[in-house]
Ligand binder design. Sequence first.
Ligand code: FAD
Length: 814
Amino acid sequence: MNGAKLPGRAQVVIIGGGVAGCSTAYHLAGLGLKDVVLLEKNELTSGSTWHAAGMVGQLRASANITRLLRYSVELYEGLESQTGMATGWRANGSLRLCCTPDRRIEIERQAASARSFGLEAEFLGPADIARLCPVMSVDGIDSALYVPSDGNVNPSDLTQALARGARQGGVQIVQNVAATGIRSRNGEVTGVEFASGLIECESVAICAGLWSREIARLAGASIPLMPSFHQYMVTEPIDGIEPDMPGVRDPDHLSYFREEVGGLAAGGYEFNPLPYNAVPQANDPPYRLFPEETEHFSQFMPGMIERFPQLETVGIKRWFTALESFTEDTHFIMGEVPEVRGLYTATGFNGMGIAAGGGAGMALAHWIAERQAPYDLWSVDIRRFSTLYRSDRSLKKRVVEGQGRHYAMHWPHHESDAGRPLRRSALYDRLKDAGACFGSKSGWERANWFAPPGVTPIDHHTFGRANWHDHVAAEHTACREVAALFDQSSFVKLLVSGGDAESVLQRLCAADVAVTPGRVVYTQMLNDSGGIECDLTVARLSASEYYLVSGTAMAVHDSQHVRRNMTASDNVALVDVTSAYGVLGLMGPRSRSILQTLAEDDLARDAFPHRTVREVMVAGAPVRVMRLSFVGELGFELHVPTEYMLTVFDALQSEGREQGLVNAGYRAIDALRLEKQFCSWGAEIGPDDTPLEAGLSFAVSFGKADFIGREALVNLQEKPLGKRLASFTVEGDTPLLGGETIYRDDQVCGWITSGGYGHTIGQPLGLGYVRNAAGVDNDFLLAGRYALDVAGTRLPAQISLGALYDRAGDRMRA
Ligand SMILES: Cc1cc2nc3c(=O)[nH]c(=O)nc-3n(C[C@H](O)[C@H](O)[C@H](O)COP(=O)(O)OP(=O)(O)OC[C@H]3O[C@@H](n4cnc5c(N)ncnc54)[C@H](O)[C@@H]3O)c2cc1C
């Protein structure tokens, strides 16, 4: 169809006719939305899709992203028979090779995750690998992970089949018409402009690949991706290469291979990728390839020849040197952009858009039709990015580094380097001088641990006991026995104020927040299914003012969640005041006596009880002090106006030193909270987890007036729970890392959501859900015999239903 026949109105307009756009169109049609238009500025597939190598792998570190990729495979298997159009789908399986002991551990861990997520995956030795791929040299290969259901597809044919399915479902696909503008009113999408007109619509999906960032800018929004080059070659036929050869990924040699017309398609992900130093333009040529960068590519050749010696002599038939969009954290981007209601995206696929396209289109279609994700997709949700990635300068540095890590070892506790330091708390230099080893989150520099004098504050990567283990142990122990000071300035702080602040927050929060001013409430905000959208502390400052505190990464997500649930008639305002306050967590049994030396208020237990908030003069500064604890000890959270931070910090250091106060970092926080079974949003809790399952029922006030998610929780209370969170310990001294498979009576029943080492209990520990479709209660949990798969070895594990440390919480309330 050409532009002249375009309708003036549609329910949804999709921009972009690559795999993502066509899959979204196909799935919107499947959901029964008929009034859908897809605009493609050239021809379908003419962006990045047509030149993809077509490898479809499913294994990812997140259960739900693996689930999404598995959906792609299921879809591709049946698409040809459904649409009558060939897709070239072949389930040849895939091999991920391990050539070093560390790689083997990394991939053993991935295999364990695959099994926990329900994906069939098998670890093979060289003889079995050679049987599956006889033409490949197994020299230097220790082992490989074999995923039999992975495969290959022809990307263009797949996309055309999706488009045909979409058309059959009533979608109008219009080629050679570019979207030139996005209209919005009062922060909501109203239409899409093209050269000769406008389509008014309720929702827009930007599926425009590497052009997506520029298109979002037309609407005043930011999609943080950057185009970068990726290349592969296709060889002349090679003896012994058969069409059923499994796809091969050889990360230790940075390369991948698949069969292509009797030869090999062979490409690689280098440590030093080539960014695209130009801005994508609407009139970029379709089907664009760039001259091959053979010199750059030559870095792969020794490793490729080691694997397939035939490559030394075989001719190269064709080069594909082309652009793809990449993101700073190597995950793709989906969801509703926070700046404009009704503006959605699925883009930034980091070299895996063909594999992800089916599932991403399905998920985005649900997101559009139901105005929420079909399940927890936080790791690809656009709201994970903080506003700093509006900056091309910041983004570019991070994206190049991220792309360069595609086949690098995925070490636990890895921190990116590029573009740092960027966001620094007022204490940055003080902490640096004190030996802080910093990590970065949402652009913030945060102290992970402190190196004592004579120790260099650097992480050495390992899957075993880390070089910082003992230093974190010392911080952990100081917090339990004396006192520790944590710089938590990166906490997100939102001020919600106005005559309707109480009623809006009562509607949003599962806990009762209609408390007297001065009270602090720990609460979750739920979705309609009872899943946890936000996990935060709500301090009531006055009749009309609430101060909300949540995790560093949650600024965009949480403020958007609150805003989206305000109505036009609510007299309420939300302001992000994160930058106005630094935060000091003073935690430990001596925290009160240390703070009392500087505070001009009585801090005694009854004068300043647990879960209260006060404005207190501390070291001459006006400080908002909350009595609460995220580590399970007596503690105070000091919210200090930024300009007073150094004063308060210095005073605490000098007064606290005599009493044994130490600096401590985020690695200690994590270990401390695991012992207390305190949940972290994005790990233990998220939109798919209810407070009932997570052991957070105590924070739900069923007795108050209605709140979002209440009805779902009430219904769930009447049924057996399908999963329950518990703590697990194993013997030994190697910390758990998260992702380990949990076996109950030799059956997979879940995975560790956060792992670490409990320095007080003296054991590796982790949290995780035990799942059972027929229901999980205390008896079921306690009756099981548990084991954890730690990199291929099953270790017997002990379960604990509650916290492993101070279960009753007496120490916090001391
Ligand atoms: C060399 C190479 C090999 C790859 N191999 C693989 C692989 O083996 N497996 C895998 O999973 N992935 C692979 N990929 C990645 C894959 O190609 C991409 O992730 C995927 O094609 C992205 O699809 P898309 O729909 O998001 O973008 P695109 O295919 O680029 O589609 C976006 C479309 O939007 C259109 N558009 C842009 N602006 C406008 C506008 N204003 N109005 C209307 N239309 C517009 C464009 O013309 C384009 O057709 C590879 C990538 C490269 C570069």
